[in-house]
Design a protein around this ligand. Structure first.
Ligand SMILES: Nc1nc2c(ncn2[C@@H]2O[C@H](COP(=O)(O)OP(=O)(O)O)[C@@H](O)[C@H]2O)c(=O)[nH]1
Ligand SMILES: [Mg+2]
Length: 413
């Protein structure tokens, strides 16, 4: 369906989209009248009287379980099941479908002998009226089976009770049996008194309003959906812009901060190395030196301390930026080796030339900068930010696809 890209972005609009699909459907007739109400209140029989043919099944039991329709006088008449089926049942779904997705005019049917509306009927009627105020779809209240009441006083009592429940409601009182007798016996007065001709006149007027009501409903739904898409796109674009800015700001702070830490360490190491005289570290110890403090051992200790200090400073800086370990796929079984420091700098440094190469030469410092930045970008927070940016970018693409699907629902001009 062409509205799928829109439903993907605005799932809560599924019903409105389905309704728009109905409104966009080309073909004759383009008006649907449906009945809505409880079982056995005379819905099917009312439709038969209005059409003038016994098209729909009439019964004392639950007859209409599927939707049934017929086209007469350029109108699609839709018979729906009763509403007092178990909540959430198949019947209820059909009735819902008919009332909310298919119909332009709803005949709200209530049998006079039942007296006032029950809670479910009342709630539904108010919902239909509220929907009418929004979409201009019309609901016509039909009080059926009035021949079942003793007299007009009874009828007035029922009318008053219902108007109290739904102030302002206009009741069309009818009797299908009376109408049928009147037609079969060619008794005009009886036909008149059945209320069916008056209801037909009401329906004709309602039918006249349908084209304008449809245009209104279609424009309303499209405007609301377009506005929602626009708002959603604005939100996503603002989120994306701010995430990209955060990504850039964080990276700049990291780059300059790291550079400063490496440079400080380089200065300290250089100062330390310059203060050392002859290079003893390269002189291997002999067996007799095993327990003695040799110049070589002392020098290696100096170098190791300078190196450790640099490590601690860089490590502290990295931790402050969320770089707390190697990414999962790079980790080894030996947990102590899973540090970014070891991955970049190695386990230990014994010789002056190693330290000089790492910290005191530009190429060494560049390598450190690059390597640490690499691990910074792989850290959890940075990766989460990347994922969030991808997610928002995809959301914007989905919104664009939804916009592209809108014209299929718009009226052809
Ligand atoms: N006395 C009387 N019975 C009616 C009238 N309309 C329908 N009925 C009867 O009420 C029962 C249910 O009618 P039906 O149209 O099948 O009701 P639905 O379930 O709402 O479609 C049937 O036995 C009908 O003959 C009416 O105007 N007067
Ligand atoms: Mg029926």
């Amino acid at each position: 369906m062409s509205n799928t890209p829109i439903a993907a972005v605005l799932p809560h609009r599924a019903h409105d989209l389905a309704r728009l699909q109905t409104l966009a459907r080309n073909g004759e007739p383009d008006v649907t009248i449906t009945v809505i109400g409880k079982y056995n209140h005379g819905k099917s029989r009312l439709l038969n009287e209005l059409i003038g043919q016994d098209v729909f099944a009439v019964a004392d039991r639950r007859e209409t379980v599927q939707l049934a329709d017929t086209v007469q006088r350029n109108v699609r008449w839709l018979d729906a099941p009763g509403l007092d089926a178990d909540v959430g049942s198949e019947d209820d779904r059909h009735a819902f479908h008919a009332a909310w997705l298919e119909s332009d005019i709803r005949l709200f049917v209530h049998a006079a002998k039942e007296g006032e509306l029950d809670a479910k009927e009342r709630e539904l009627l108010l919902e239909l009226h509220a929907d009418g105020a929004r979409t201009q779809r019309q609901t016509v209240f039909v009080l059926t089976q009035i021949d079942q009441l003793a007299d007009d006083t009874e009828l007035d009592k029922v009318r008053e009770a219902i108007v109290r429940q739904a102030p302002g409601v206009v009741l069309n009182a009818v009797s299908a049996t009376r109408h049928r007798k009147g037609v079969e016996g060619a008794k005009l007065l009886m036909q008149e008194r059945s209320g069916i001709p008056a209801l037909q006149a009401t329906l004709d007027a309602a039918l006249g309003n349908v084209p304008q009501a449809r245009a209104h409903e279609r424009a309303l739904l499209l405007d609301e959906i377009r506005a929602e898409l626009n708002q959603f796109r604005d939100q996503c674009e603002a989120t994306l812009a701010s995430s990209l800015q955060t990504q850039l700001d964080q990276r700049q702070a990291f780059d300059s901060g790291l550079q400063a830490v490496i440079e400080q360490s380089a200065v300290k190491i250089e100062t330390m190395l310059d203060s050392l005289g002859e290079d003893h570290a390269i002189k291997p110890d002999t067996a007799k030196d095993a327990y003695a403090l040799t110049a070589g051992k002392l020098e290696r200790a100096h170098i190791q301390i300078a190196y450790s200090r640099a490590c601690i400073e860089i490590d502290g800086f990295l931790a402050g930026h969320g770089v707390v370990g190697l990414p999962g796929e790079q980790q080894t079984a030996a947990r102590s080796l899973n540090s970014v420091m070891i991955a970049v700098l190695g386990v230990s440094v014994k010789f002056r030339k190693d330290l000089r190469r790492m910290f005191c030469e530009a190429a060494g410092r560049t390598r450190l900068q690059e390597q640490f930045t690499h691990y910074y970008e792989l850290s959890a927070d940075r990766q989460a930010l990347v994922a969030q940016i991808e997610h928002t970018t995809e959301a914007i693409a989905a919104i664009e696809r939804a916009f592209a699907a809108l014209p299929a629902l718009e009226p052809r001009t």
